[in-house]
Design a protein. Sequence first.
Length: 76
Amino acid sequence: MKKVIINQKRKKDFIWASGNILCKHLPNDFDTWTERKLNNFLEKYIVEHLQGSEADWIWEQIDDLAWSVNEYKGAK
């Protein structure tokens, strides 16, 4: 099974960003999960108005927000 691989420096950004897309933040150990387990979590905890979205799209939203926040913090 394919494992989730996350840069440890960005892990906190992903956890923070997930709380804006999901009803529940990603847990601290999400980077040890399989891709399947992560996808199931994303689809289970997606906010109501985005329900029915595919896990890949949900992850993209979290990744984009995490990246944007990191860029914003770096610009200050």
